[in-house]
Structure formats: C-alpha cells, structure tokens
Ligand binder design. Structure first.
Ligand code: NAG
Ligand code: NAG
Ligand code: NAG
Ligand code: NAG
Ligand code: NAG
Ligand code: NAG
Length: 366
C-alpha cells in the first residue's frame, strides 16, 4: 500500500514540492484531493464512485449496515456522509482506515472503537464532536492510530491523551481557545499539527514544550494570537501564523529554528517598530510571507531567501541593503520572487543598481 509513502512525502518535503500542479489524486484506491485554500489534502468519500449494493453483494466479509466495505480494500470501512449520529457498532476488527467524516456524530464514549484496534486512519472531519463528549480513553485505546482527522468539529480542547504513535493530528476549524500544558506530551512522532481556524489567543510556553519533537508543519493561522508563541518545537520547517493579531516579533522569537523554511505571517498587524532588526536574517528560510501587514520598509532578510511576499503593506521605499549587505561575484540575493504590489511605491523608485543585488529575480510585482 503506497499511501504512507505519499503522506511522508507530504509532510517531509512540503506540500508545494510534492503536489505542485496537481489537484486530484487517486492513490491506492483512496481519492485524495488537495484543498488549495486550506493547503491540506482532504480524503473524499466514495459516494458516486462505487455502487454500494454491488460491493455488499459480492463482499463476504462482515460490514456494519451503516457502512460500505469495498471488497478490493478490506482494511477500509466507509461510513462517511450518511447522517450517522453515533459511531456504528461492531466495526470489523480488520479495519485500518475508518471513514466517518460528514456525519452528525457528537460523542465518542469510552470503548466506542473497541473492535477497531488496528485502526491507523480515523477520519472524523465535519461532525459535531464536543470536547466534553469525547472520552479520552476512546482515542487513547487505538494503539496503531497514526492519522487523526478532527477538523470542523466543536472541540474546545485538544483531546488528551492521544495515541503516542500519531503522525498527523488535524484539529483545524474547531473552537479551541486554550492548549493545556502537556496536551501533546507523548506525541514524539507527530510531524503535522493543524490548529488553524480556532480561537487561540495565547499559547503558553508549556503547550508545545513536551513531546512534539518531530513536528515539521504547524499551522496556527486564523486564530486570535497577539503574541508570537513561545516554546515551539525547533524541528519546525513550515510555520503558518497568518490571519492573527501579531504586532511584535522579538529577536528571540525565531532563534533556534534552524530548520525553518517556510514562514507565513500575512494578515497580521506587524509594523516596523515591532520587528527586531535581524529577526528574519535566517539562512534556512526559503519563503517569507509578510503580506497584508503595516510595514513601511523592507526588513533585513537573508541573502539565501528565495520568495518574499510584501504586498499590501505601507512600503514607500526600498533599500537594497535589506537584501544584500555587499554585492560581488558571490554576494547577491537569491530572491526569485518579490511581491511589492499594493504598496505606495512605484517601479522608478527602485535604486538603479537593484539588478546587481537581485540578479536571479524572475518575478517582481510592484
Ligand atoms: C464488538 O464486537 C462484539 C462481537 O461482534 C460485539 O458484541 C460488541 O458489541 C462490539 N463492540 C462495539 C463497541 O462495537
Ligand atoms: C470515560 O469512560 C470511563 C469508562 O466508561 C469512565 O470511567 C470515565 O468517567 C469517562 N470519563 C469521562 C470524562 O467521561
Ligand atoms: C515512533 O517512530 C519510531 C520510528 O519509526 C518507532 O520506532 C516508534 O515506535 C514510534 N513511537 C511510537 C510511540 O509509536
Ligand atoms: C486571511 O484572511 C483573508 C481576508 O479575510 C483571506 O482572504 C485569506 O485567505 C486568509 N488567509 C489565511 C491563510 O487564512
Ligand atoms: C545576517 O546573518 C548573516 C549570517 O549569520 C551575517 O553574516 C550578517 O551580518 C547578518 N546581517 C545583518 C544585516 O546583520
Ligand atoms: C540604506 O540603508 C543603509 C543602512 O541602513 C544606509 O546607510 C543607506 O544610507 C540607505 N540608503 C538609502 C538610499 O536610503
């Protein structure tokens, strides 16, 4: 089964590299679609793709009445999008992929997955799960669980404890307003953590401290954060905090993140005075998105940066020292794309020698 490889590629190399150009995958029988808006894959149902009654007729294996169990993929149970108010009883013990998204499930009592202990994928997106209706033992008792999808529910807390072997945890678009210290404590293998579209105002230093030593992608976009979170895992390669209320980035905010490659802080309240002078001068960063802020000048960035998005700020002039400290045969900016559109700036205001510094630039928007 090739699926784990696919996902590995997703989380290790980064969504852009792996999926650029494609929007629809049929991988090992699982239709996976990349939702470009959310930048994440969603596993679709088989609705309209399979004749459920035919599969039920030819499949001799047990299958709950509420679900479809494709004969050629015995480890999957499709119970999605059918108005279920509860997890179906008597799930087949062979189930490794459990599709329950798009139902009306509001609770997970203890033992609800007692017959599906082999489950590795559990998709519960778009249900009505509330935190006080989720008994933590229900999830903790799935020792093989690697991929847990809980997007678009009514959760107010991170469920805890969770199975220690999780690789991805998707909690986007819930109502989570706080992260209890140690909530992720045992998730040492987690590489992808989605928390965008919640109601987080602050993230305490202890929230991410324990566990989470393998996280590659962390999405905190669309929350209400006023301060840059502390104690983030140093393993992070992709950090998304767009659409929050950040106004300050301190010198220490990004110290220690030697793996950080993609940093997106668009749609915040950043002003020049709130940004420490050297905070973005990190040689690991490939893409920096500072669009839709209130910057009046271009911050100092590393010469190795390749993509810089500064559109819709208040930038009136550009000083090449932001990109190049010195210019010479081997000293130049590696920027390929520079967006400065939507600023009170025009092309002729660029210093005449800008091409010497930005010599590999392929796209500039002013
Ligand atoms: C598990 O399976 C047994 C035997 O089929 C059944 O009696 C029991 O109700 C099932 N439990 C759940 C939670 O589905
Ligand atoms: C979870 O279920 C167990 C076993 O049924 C029960 O003892 C415990 O009180 C439940 N916890 C919550 C928070 O409901
Ligand atoms: C984490 O991953 C390692 C290496 O793949 C594995 O040996 C270990 O069992 C995993 N940890 C848990 C708690 O599953
Ligand atoms: C941020 O908000 C803007 C305006 O509402 C929206 O267009 C954009 O898609 C959002 N971006 C993210 C990453 O949430
Ligand atoms: C940016 O970082 C590089 C490498 O660490 C360093 O040599 C350079 O002086 C820094 N630039 C500025 C403007 O401080
Ligand atoms: C660009 O910035 C450098 C260093 O801050 C300064 O010395 C220089 O005068 C500036 N150039 C322009 C044209 O403003």
């Amino acid at each position: 089964m090739g699926l784990p490889t696919f996902l590995l590629c997703l989380s290790v190399v980064g969504i852009r590299q792996c999926l650029g150009g494609y929007s629809d995958y049929d991988y090992g029988g699982i239709p996976v679609m990349i939702n470009r808006l959310l930048g994440e894959p969603s596993v679709l149902s088989l609705r309209g793709r399979l004749d459920a009654s035919w599969y039920r007729a030819v499949n001799t294996e047990t299958c709950p009445l509420e679900c479809d169990c494709p004969v050629h993929w015995p480890s999957a149970a499709y119970c999605d999008h059918r108005g279920l108010k509860a997890v179906p009883p008597a799930l087949p013990p062979r189930t490794q992929y459990l599709f329950l998204q798009g139902n009306l499930i509001s609770s997970l009592p203890a033992g609800v997955f007692a017959n599906a202990t082999l489950a590795r994928w559990l998709l519960l997106d778009r249900n009505q799960l509330a935190s006080d209706q989720v008994n933590s033992t229900a999830l903790a008792q799935l020792p093989h669980l690697e991929n847990l999808f809980l997007n678009y529910n009514h959760l107010t807390d991170v469920p805890s404890p969770l199975p220690g072997g999780l690789l991805q945890l998707r909690l986007a678009h819930n109502r989570i307003s706080k992260i209890t210290p140690g909530a992720f404590r045992n998730l040492r293998n987690l590489t992808l953590l989605l928390l965008q579209g919640n109601q987080l105002q602050t993230i305490g230093e202890a929230a991410f401290k324990a566990g989470l030593q393998s996280v590659i992608l962390l999405d905190l976009s669309h929350n209400q954060l006023k301060e840059f979170p502390e104690g983030l895992p140093p393993s992070i390669q992709q950090l998304y905090i767009s659409n929050n209320s950040l106004s300050v980035l301190q010198e220490r905010s990004l110290i220690g993140f030697g793996n950080l490659q993609y940093l997106r802080i668009s749609h915040n309240r950043l002003q020049d005075k709130g940004i420490a002078s050297n905070v973005f001068n990190m040689s690991s960063i490939i893409e920096l998105d500072l669009s839709y802020n209130q910057l009046t000048s271009v911050p100092v960035v590393s010469e190795t940066l390749q993509y810089l998005y500064l559109q819709a700020n208040l930038i009136q002039e550009v000083n090449m020292t932001s990109f190049c400290r010195t210019v010479g045969p081997v000293d130049y900016s590696h920027l390929r794309v520079l967006r400065l559109d939507g600023n009170p700036l025009s092309y002729h205001q660029l210093p005449s020698d800008w091409v010497l510094c930005l010599r590999v630039l392929s796209n500039i928007f002013i």
